[in-house]
Design a protein around this ligand. Sequence first.
Ligand code: ZN
Length: 58
Amino acid sequence: MEKMICPHCGKKFRYEEIKNIVSHTGKEMAIVCPYCDLIADRKVSHGYFVSTKIIEQN
Ligand SMILES: [Zn+2]
């Protein structure tokens, strides 16, 4: 589980790589911001990325 900041809306979210062991070729997969639904980044993955909102705790 890693964190990143969306370049579009500036909010912080977590993303997790879900590895798909059936598919053995790595390709660029989009990491989609859970706040604004835009592509925040692309990384080479053997699966896909799931992003989740970070609930700020005050
Ligand atoms: Zn965003």
